[in-house]
Design a protein around this ligand. Structure first.
Ligand SMILES: Cc1ncc(COP(=O)(O)O)c(C=O)c1O
Length: 401
């Protein structure tokens, strides 16, 4: 299988009860680091993958009110009708195109939406083009059902931008879909409109699907416009867009997300969803209605705070020996490179043991990131400053040649 992240205990086990498809699931690099950090004192986490804010008060209240109002049963299988209406209204307005409730399926976080989209379409011989590095769920969910991942490497020197021509050149007769994630976890990179347009247009021409994970679609800095796949595609025939409340409203544990697609695709996936999680959490779907219908003030102040942290982090990375950074435009991650050939997993481990700063090694997100570290700024500026007051002198002492 050639993947050093595989759980070797499991791989070597003779235990016959498990479906071999589970071999595609690596030991998560994030868990490895966080578990080690849990046994240490005075750890600073630059490893967090969820917002460090409290959700807006009115959103929490709506969830609590729903509980007291007895909203504790199942909803309709596609989702709470009020949430489907709110999503259709919200997206139609945001991207100035008509979307109807039947274009939406409410899921248990974006994770379930990704699970449905990828496992319902992946099949032996079908190829999926996936940027590398990328969010660690995509590859295993594709490989689990026999699909093939075609990686397109991106680099820190190029702000981890995806070259649309490279994506187009990778398209072939067996290509089923291109996976996009902008802003990206782990790089924070936003693909410009020209990149999205070029990929969406060529994919539509060839009948290839575009599956776009847009969970960070509101964490956009410097007042930039967000180029969603939804504003590039004339129809939804070959497009699935996935998002959730997790990052935008700091509701990761409330587990509500959605998939946007053609009415035909939604109809098909609704059935699969019923056999997967049945429905998403009912009171939290009511909280989601309040989030979409409320003001944008929470998002605006969160974005302002993240932008300040991003700016400072970019400076600090620039001052750090051996790290090549760049300025990401979104999400809350930076994915700087170490010199070519340096093993990021060793560096992350040693850095944690010797300084107490927990980052995530780049190999968690694919082979192209082996010499990188993912640094999350979903933590306070004070913690970021303290972390780099440890990292910089430590890096000065390293000799990677
Ligand atoms: C790119 C990306 N997609 C999806 C998810 C999962 O989001 P959710 O909490 O909505 O399941 C995450 C969470 O970290 C993510 O970073």
């Amino acid at each position: 299988m050639g993947n050093s992240n595989l759980d070797t205990d499991f791989y070597e086990s003779e235990d016959p009860i498990w479906n071999p498809a589970l071999l595609t699931i690596p030991v998560p690099g994030i868990r490895r680091m966080v578990n080690l950090a849990a046994d240490m004192d005075d750890v600073i986490h630059l490893s967090i993958g969820q917002p460090d804010f409290k959700p807006p008060e009115h959103v929490i209240q709506a969830g609590v009110d729903a509980l007291y109002a007895g909203q504790t049963g199942y909803t309709m299988d596609a989702g709470l009708p009020e949430l489907l209406d709110s999503l259709a209204e919200y997206y139609s307005k945001r991207y100035q195109r008509t979307l109807v409730p039947e274009n939406f399926l409410v899921t248990t976080g974006a994770t379930e939406a990704l699970y449905l989209a990828l496992t319902a379409t992946s099949a032996p011989g079908r190829e999926f083009i996936v940027p590398d590095p990328s969010f660690m769920l995509y590859g295993p969910l594709i490989r689990m059902n026999g699909g093939i991942v075609r990686s397109i490497a991106t680099r820190a020197e190029n702000n981890h931008q995806l070259d649309p021509q490279e994506v187009i050149d990778a398209m072939g007769p067996n290509t089923f879909a291109v996976i996009l994630n902008s802003p990206s976890n782990p790089t924070g990179t936003i693909y410009p409109r020209e990149t999205i347009d070029a990929i969406v247009e060529e994919a539509a021409y060839r009948g290839i699907h575009v599956i776009s994970d847009e969970v960070y679609d509101h964490l956009i800095y410097d007042g930039k416009d967000y180029p969603s796949v939804l504003s590039s595609c004339p129809d939804l025939d070959h497009v699935m867009v996935i998002s959730s409340f997790s990052k935008t409203f700091s509701m990761a544990g409330m587990r509500v997300g959605w998939l946007i697609g053609s009415q035909g695709a939604i109809k098909k996936l609704r059935r699969y969803h019923m056999f997967t999680t049945t429905v998403a959490n009912t009171p939290c779907q009511w909280a989601g209605v309040a989030a979409l219908r409320g003001s944008n003030q929470f998002i605006d102040s969160m974005v302002e705070e993240y932008q300040g942290r991003r700016d400072r982090l970019v400076e600090l990375v620039e001052q750090t020996p051996h790290l090549t950074g760049y300025k990401p435009d979104g999400a809350f991650y930076l994915f700087p490179s170490l010199p070519e050939g340096v093993d990021g997993a060793n560096v992350a481990l040693k850095l944690l043991r010797e300084t107490g700063v927990c980052t995530i090694s780049g190999d968690t997100f694919g082979d192209a990131g082996r010499n990188a570290l993912r640094i999350s700024y979903s933590t306070s500026l004070d913690q970021i400053e303290e972390a780099f007051s440890r990292i910089i002198p430590w890096m000065e002492k390293q000799n990677f040649s």
